[in-house]
Design a protein around this ligand. Structure first.
Ligand SMILES: C[S@@+](CC[C@H](N)C(=O)[O-])C[C@H]1O[C@@H](n2cnc3c(N)ncnc32)[C@H](O)[C@@H]1O
Length: 206
């Protein structure tokens, strides 16, 4: 915890470091059967899947950002994809607000995908696919939305430039494409000061 403090880690990291060891000691004292830990591991695996290789954990777009994204949708009926859709909350928000548009979610984590799919029942304009974002074609979409991490942004931009329709745009929550000038940046009025970076296929080269 002191090292985290010295490294100026956010407060929540310091708290995690502080309570980690006491919790380990407490948990060992409770003498849960080994299957409990295996069950916990499998549950986390099904929710987070290959975070070790994707370097993208699960966190969700907040309501204020959903509203900001809504204002970016074209006035005409359009097709939107959320690459790595998590629990599908964003898809449901947008699908309710814009019944004339089609919203597609792509998710590779089995349990997260199943949950998003289950919650999409009853929505005529939501599709949830269990697929990798790297194999899903972006050619059919007017707007591609991502909320990932800094790690895949370079590769994602290369894919988007190759596959997106000429007038489509890519919106990235919080993580800009390094060295690429965005068409615009939306400052969301929320506590974490979310920024939405909007890129068009024809955005100037670095
Ligand atoms: C930060 S969450 C964002 C969830 C949702 N888009 C939202 O904004 O509420 C990123 C999601 O992307 C998924 N993901 C990461 N890499 C992926 C990949 N290669 N293919 C499909 N999904 C992926 C993760 O499992 C996670 O659910």
């Amino acid at each position: 915890m002191l090292v985290a403090w010295g490294l100026r880690a956010p407060v929540w990291w310091r708290i995690i470091h502080l309570i980690f060891m006491p919790l380990v000691v407490l948990a060992r004292g409770l003498e849960f059967p080994a299957g409990f830990w295996l069950g916990g591991f499998i549950f986390l695996l099904l929710v987070f899947w290959r975070t070790d290789t994707s370097r993208v954990p699960l966190y969700l777009t907040n309501r204020q950002s959903c509203r900001a994204l809504l204002t970016l949708l074209p006035a005409k009926a359009c097709r939107v994809v959320d690459l790595g859709c998590g629990d599908g909350g964003l898809l449901r928000f947008l699908a309710r607000a814009r019944p004339d548009c089609l919203f597609v979610g792509v998710e590779h984590a089995p349990l997260t995908w199943a949950w998003a799919r289950l919650r999409a029942f009853g929505f005529h304009n939501i599709r949830v696919r269990r697929e990798s974002i790297w194999t899903h074609s972006l050619a059919a979409y007017d707007l591609v939305y991502v909320f990932l991490s800094p790690v895949p942004m370079g590769r994602l931009w290369a894919k988007a430039r190759e596959e997106m329709a000429p007038d489509a745009c890519l919106v990235s929550n919080s993580f800009p494409v390094s060295g690429q000038e965005p068409l615009s940046v939306i400052d969301v009025d929320d506590r974490r000061r979310t920024r939405l970076f909007v890129y068009a296929k024809h955005s100037s080269e670095p």
